[in-house]
Design a protein around this ligand. Sequence first.
Ligand code: ZN
Length: 178
Amino acid sequence: MQQKIIVYGDDRLRKCSDSVTIKDPFIDLIRNLFDTLNCYGGIGLAAPQIGLNQSVFVIDTFPQSKFDPDHKPFKLACLNPQILWYSKRKTLFNEGCLSIPSIYEDVSRPESITVRYLNERFEQVEETIDGIKARIFQHEFDHLNGVLFIDHLKAFQKVRIAYQLNKIKNNSFHHSEL
Ligand code: ZN
């Protein structure tokens, strides 16, 4: 079922998430995250963005393949993810976030990473990933630790988006009163 995405200014985006256990209803959570992601047209969504501080995120790059015909879309759900290794080599990519609408900035991150997570069947997966997969993984992983992509920006970029960011924050407070 589609959920409402919370935006910048909401404290739940700044909390660390709890690990998921086999007893948690994670299948429903994964389904809700995919439904919400597809509805908003994004490529990644973490549980804190629907107000749940649980260590789960989903990725579905189908919308990306519309803009980039060479991109082969992929879809995955990650529970209790860890990043075991970061490459020294970094790349820039223009990032956005469904919880920070209409702000896009270049973010520098390691090009490849080794990750470990549980998939939707609660099986452990360990793999080294790069490119857009590594990029989205790091962005979503950050959400589980209360970190947002804007935290990685350089000072001049932070200045550039300050006004817009404040507007999002004020709007989110306004909506929470309704
Ligand atoms: Zn995000």
